[in-house]
Write a protein that binds this ligand. Structure first.
Ligand code: AMP
Length: 352
C-alpha cells in the first residue's frame, strides 16, 4: 500500500492528468508530472514537473526515483522505454495495457481472443491491401491509422472502392473497419484493484460530434442498458487478462445484434467525467485508490441522472453564461488557446 503523503508520478500532461492530480491531492498525495510539453495543465496543479520525452530512459528513471508509483493519462507512449522506471517505482496500469490499447490491430485481436466482437477489420499497408479489404468487408467503412488516433483524428470515411482508389494513403500502418450501423454508443468504465476486485460505473450513453465526444448521459436509454452486461463481461475479461490495476475504459456500439467493441483506453476517460459529481466515488479518485492499493470507493450513482457536456473550442468562452445557472458544475482545464476541436472543459448537471 502506498500511503497518503507519498508522490504519484503521472506520464502525460493534459486534462486527464490534471483531474487525476486533483483527486490525488484530496487524498493527501503529491503528484509529479512527466510530459514533453513546456506548459502542462496537469503540472499546473502538481508539486513536481519533469519536461522530457517518453523515450528518454535516463529522464524516466530519474523521474521514477522520485515517485512511489507511476501511472499514465496518455496511451500513445512507447512501452519499451518505460522499463527504465521498473527498478524505482511500479507502473499501474501495466505496460502491456499500453501495448494492447495503442494499436488498433492489437486491441481488436486481443478482444477477439477473449470472445469480444469488433467491427470486421483488416490491416492496410498499401492501396492493394485497401482494395482487398473493401472487397472482403464491403463499403462503406472507415480507414484509420493503427496508432496515434484520437478524437476522430487519423480517420477517413470510405464510401466505395472507387473512392478508395483515388486516395493518397498516408505512409503509416492503417486499418480498415466495416461501418457499424448502431443505434447508440456507450462506454464501460471499470476500476480494478491490486487484489483483482472490479467495480463498474453506470454506462454512459455517449454522443459524438465530428468524432469528438460531445455529451455523456447517465442512465443510458433502456435499449443500451440491456447491452451493458455483455459489454461488462468482456471488459472484466480484458482487465483480468492484463492483470490490470486502475481505471480501464471500453467503448461499444449498441447494435441490433448486441454490443460491438469499438476501442479501449487504459485510463480514465472523457465519458467518465460525470462521475466527479454524479457518482459516490469518481473515476479519478478510484484510479488513485487502485494504484495506491487503497480500498476502492463505491461507484453508485449519486443522483437520479447526470449529463456531461464537453466544452469544445469556443464553447468554453461562455463560462459566464454556464455559471449563471447555479446547478451547473463547470470544469475548465486551464488551456491557453481555444482552438477548434480542442477540449477546453466540461459542464456537469445532476438530476436530483
Ligand atoms: P474512434 O476514435 O475509433 O472511437 O472513432 C470515433 C467515432 O467515429 C466513434 O465514436 C464513432 O462515432 C465513429 N466510428 C468509428 N469507427 C466506426 C465504425 N467502424 N463504424 C461506425 N462508426 C464508427
Amino acid at each position: 500500500m502506498i500511503p497518503p503523503g507519498e508522490t504519484i508520478g503521472i506520464l502525460g500532461g493534459g486534462q486527464l492528468g490534471r483531474m487525476i492530480a486533483l483527486a490525488a491531492a484530496q487524498l493527501g498525495y503529491r503528484c509529479h508530472v512527466f510530459a514533453p510539453e513546456q506548459d502542462s495543465i496537469a503540472a499546473d496543479v502538481c508539486a513536481g514537473f519533469t519536461q522530457g520525452t517518453y523515450d528518454d530512459t535516463a529522464a524516466l528513471a530519474a523521474f521514477a526515483s522520485q515517485c512511489a508509483v507511476v501511472t499514465y493519462e496518455f496511451e500513445n507512449v512507447a512501452a519499451a522505454p518505460l522499463a527504465a522506471m521498473a527498478p524505482y517505482a511500479p507502473l499501474h496500469p501495466p505496460a502491456r495495457a499500453l501495448e494492447v490499447a495503442q494499436d488498433r490491430v492489437n486491441e481488436k485481436s486481443f478482444v477477439e481472443h477473449l470472445g469480444g466482437r469488433p467491427a470486421p477489420w483488416a490491416m492496410v499497408d498499401s492501396p492493394a491491401d485497401l482494395a482487398a479489404a473493401i472487397a472482403r468487408i464491403g463499403a462503406p467503412g472507415i480507414l484509420k491509422t493503427r496508432r496515434d488516433g484520437y478524437d476522430g483524428k487519423g480517420q477517413w470515411r470510405i464510401a466505395s472502392a472507387e473512392q478508395a482508389a483515388t486516395l493518397d494513403l498516408p505512409q503509416v500502418p492503417l486499418i480498415y473497419e466495416g461501418f457499424v450501423t448502431f443505434f447508440g454508443e456507450f462506454s464501460v468504465i471499470l476500476v480494478r484493484g491490486t487484489d483483482g476486485a472490479i467495480a463498474f460505473w453506470d454506462s454512459a450513453h455517449n454522443k459524438h460530434d465530428s468524432g469528438i465526444l460531445a455529451r455523456s448521459t447517465v442512465p443510458a436509454p433502456a435499449e443500451i442498458v440491456a447491452q451493458v452486461p455483455e459489454a461488462r463481461a468482456l471488459a472484466g475479461k480484458v482487465a483480468d487478462a492484463l492483470d490490470y490495476v486502475g481505471v480501464l475504459t471500453l467503448e461499444f456500439f449498441a447494435t441490433d445484434a448486441g454490443p460491438v467493441f469499438n476501442e479501449m483506453a487504459p485510463r480514465v476517460h472523457n465519458s467518465g467525467h460525470w462521475t466527479i459529481e454524479g457518482a459516490l466515488t469518481s473515476q479519478f479518485e478510484n484510479h488513485i485508490r487502485a494504484i495506491c492499493g487503497l480500498p476502492l470507493g463505491a461507484t453508485d450513482l449519486a443522483a437520479k441522472g447526470v449529463v456531461m457536456d464537453n466544452l469544445i473550442g469556443d464553447a468554453a468562452h461562455d463560462w459566464p453564461g454556464i455559471l449563471s445557472d447555479p446547478a451547473n458544475h463547470l470544469h475548465l482545464y486551464g488551456k491557453a488557446a481555444a482552438r477548434p476541436g480542442r477540449k477546453m472543459g466540461h459542464v456537469t448537471r445532476l438530476a436530483l
